[in-house]
Design a protein around this ligand. Structure first.
Ligand code: NDP
Length: 328
């Protein structure tokens, strides 16, 4: 089969992924063989495909952290041939061959049944980015935050996680402010439910002072680094930030002032190793709460051949919303 593959480098870090014939025998161990119908391009896929960061840690590796498909063979009684399933994370596309190939061999425990009433392409459009956005919303809710507490800020707003987070929070009744470096996307962000657009520059330079004006009851941050540090200074007393991303960087040049003087909480969100029960809850809520018209408006569809181009574009911050990859 034709697959997008990162082969073992002769020396140094992994290089770019390239298309080549990939034998079934090269697929890793697993109790389920899937026919992959759809995948997506997430920021992490961009890093893996371009070799820009050492995401791939086993070789040969088929990148692609999101997989939607049909079970072809299963030796696990929990899953049977013909089942429609989805898979996000668990190291797939990093340490276990992923979605940019017509077939994948994976562990049954990693699979989530395709939610009833959701098309395979819609599940892919949501993908890791959308499921992470839901995990962020759930983290804010677990902290007791509700729309009555005040406005919520979403950073990296025009990206995949940001776009889905805006749609979910707006549907839940929040006043949503969208922080973006792309002012030309104002109409798009408003169509998803944003009530206000905040220029990226307001936070990109970091925290000007240990504490700023109390503005936001909550935030979903996909950017990290100085941006997250700046956002923390403007969180209202008792508020929280759900932090899931590092589009600006992995550092966090912040002070403890928001935590110790305003009781602000920093809620870490991880999708890769999130427990199955949380995933099932997130996907069940996505099926009910995410406006499918908004999902369609934020989604572009490409073929497998176009993944290397999209991988470059997502790292350059040029992808709007979500990209679905049609595989087979
Ligand atoms: P996207 O590239 O689609 O979105 C990221 C957005 O961040 C961009 O669209 C842009 O938004 C903004 N951005 C990009 N570069 C910079 C920069 N240098 N400074 C400030 N803002 C920037 O990626 P995803 O939505 O797929 O992922 C977002 C982040 O979340 C990534 O860092 C990703 O690795 C992380 N992630 C983490 C997960 C987890 O489990 N914790 C799961 C999924 C994603 P705009 O143009 O609107 O400013």
């Amino acid at each position: 089969m034709k697959a997008l593959v990162v082969d073992k480098p002769e020396a140094g870090p992994p290089g770019r992924a390239a298309f080549r014939d990939f034998a079934d025998s090269e697929l890793p161990e697993g109790d389920v063989l899937l026919r992959v119908t759809h995948s997506t391009v997430n920021y992490k896929d961009g890093l893996a495909v371009t070799g820009r960061a050492p995401v791939v840690r086993r070789f040969p590796m088929v990148p692609g952290i999101d997989l939607v498909g049909v079970v072809e063979q299963s030796s696990n009684p929990a899953v049977k041939a013909g089942d429609r399933v989805l898979l996000n994370g668990w190291g797939v596309g990093e340490t276990h061959c992923g979605a940019y190939a017509p077939k994948a061999r994976v562990k049954a425990d990693w699979l989530v049944p395709l939610p009833e009433g959701m098309a395979p392409a819609e599940a892919a459009a949501i993908g890791t980015a959308g499921y992470t956005a839901m995990l962020c919303v759930m983290a804010l809710e677990r902290h007791g935050l509700t729309p009555e507490r005040g406005p919520v800020l979403v950073t990296g707003a025009a990206g995949g996680v940001g776009s889905v987070a805006i749609a979910l929070l707006a549907s839940a009744g929040w006043y949503v402010a969208a922080s973006t470096g792309r002012p030309e996307e104002q109409a798009y962000l408003e169509s998803l439910g944003a009530k206000e657009v905040v220029p990226r520059d307001r936070y990109a330079g970091g925290a000007a002072r240990p504490l700023g004006k109390e503005v936001w009851a909550a935030a979903v941050d996909t950017v990290g680094s100085k941006t997250l540090a700046g956002v923390l200074t403007e969180i209202r007393y008792g508020g929280a930030v759900a932090a899931c991303g590092l589009a600006q960087g992995m550092d966090l040049p912040a002070s403890v002032a928001p935590f110790i003087l305003r009781g602000v909480a920093l809620l870490g969100v991880d999708s890769v190793m999130a427990p199955r029960a949380l995933r099932l809850q997130a996907w069940s809520r996505l099926a009910k709460e995410l406006d499918r018209t908004k999902l369609a408006a934020m989604t572009a569809t490409v073929g497998l051949d176009e993944v290397p181009r999209v991988a470059e574009a997502i790292l350059a911050g040029q992808v709007r919303g979500r990209v679905v990859v049609e595989i087979g």
